[in-house]
Design a protein around this ligand. Structure first.
Ligand code: NAP
Length: 260
């Protein structure tokens, strides 16, 4: 039987878990791709680095004879999602987006929803003086001009200047509620800035802020394409199994001379 080839666009825990789940499906070869942003990724990957925009991805999908694509990138990695959406349409292969559900505001939460880091930076001076900034290291520069504020910045790897003034913490989730409460109190934090990434690994900071009555500046998700979408790994697994069975039925019908 001819092997099918699945490309997973990774960079998330979900991509890693999906890779493990589908890797034992018979006659399926799984390739997970990473952008290469972190020097020590936890994800298993078969290739690292950008494809070269939509045209580069089209060329890759055709050259590597990819049959299915699952976009399991982070909800804020919208460029890659749009590229994948456009390229799979052109190459005409099935694609799916595996997207974490966003966090929803709950009773006791005090969220200020903004559409970008730039908008968050604009309101911070009126909100607090000591701020817990949990965003990507490449986004820190947006806050560097806020000289009157103090930032606790947490990220996986060291950022490059320009940086806001404050204290840098290098750490990788998941984080515990006890740990997050301790951190907010230890550094006398008055507000939290975060992206609405969803998922459980970094949610404890939201609960900790709620418990301590702190405002959270919540950066909303960018717009992503409206294609086939699931919100959990099981959904992605089921989608894949359905496609593989559909394809093998067509093949066996052809062999037996039935119309497909
Ligand atoms: P992005 O803005 O959507 O993508 C920028 C470019 O990076 C893409 O156009 C593509 O380059 C390359 N790229 C992104 N994901 C890739 C992948 N899985 N495999 C190969 N190339 C990839 O993405 P980003 O926000 O910079 O995020 C980069 C990676 O970090 C993503 O894979 C994402 O899952 C992960 N991540 C992002 C965040 C976040 O907050 N943005 C948080 C956690 C993890 P080409 O155009 O050259 O193909």
């Amino acid at each position: 039987m001819i092997k099918k080839r699945l490309l997973i666009l990774g960079g998330t825990t979900e991509a890693l878990q999906l890779h493990s789940l589908v890797t034992n499906i018979p006659n399926l070869e799984v390739i997970t791709s990473l952008a290469g942003r972190t020097s020590q990724p936890i994800s298993r990957s078969s290739r690292i680095g950008g494809f070269g925009g939509v045209s580069g991805l089209i060329e890759y999908l055709q050259r590597e004879k990819i049959d299915f694509l699952i976009d399991a990138t982070h909800p804020f990695a919208s460029q890659m999602s749009w590229n994948a959406f456009k390229a799979t349409k052109i190459v005409n292969i099935p694609s799916l987006q595996l997207l974490r559900s966003p966090w929803e505001q709950q009773e006791g939460d005090n969220w200020i929803e903004v559409d970008s880091n730039e908008s968050a930076a604009q309101i911070l001076s009126d909100l607090a003086e000591r701020i817990f900034l949990t965003i990507g290291r490449q986004e820190l520069a947006t806050y560097a001009h806020l000289h009157t504020l103090w930032f606790l910045m947490r990220m996986i790897e060291s950022p490059s200047p320009p940086l806001p003034s404050g204290h840098l913490l290098l750490a990788r989730g998941p984080f515990s509620l006890v740990g997050e409460e301790f951190l907010l109190q230890k550094y006398n934090i008055q507000a939290v800035v975060t992206k609405n990434s969803g998922g459980s690994a970094t949610y404890p900071k939201i609960i900790a802020a709620r418990k301590l009555g702190l405002p959270v500046v919540m950066i909303q998700r960018p717009c992503v394409p409206e294609g086939d979408r699931v919100f959990d790994i099981q959904g992605a697994f089921d989608w894949l199994i359905k496609l593989i069975s559909f394809n093998s039925n067509i093949l066996s019908n052809r062999r037996q001379g039935f119309p497909s």
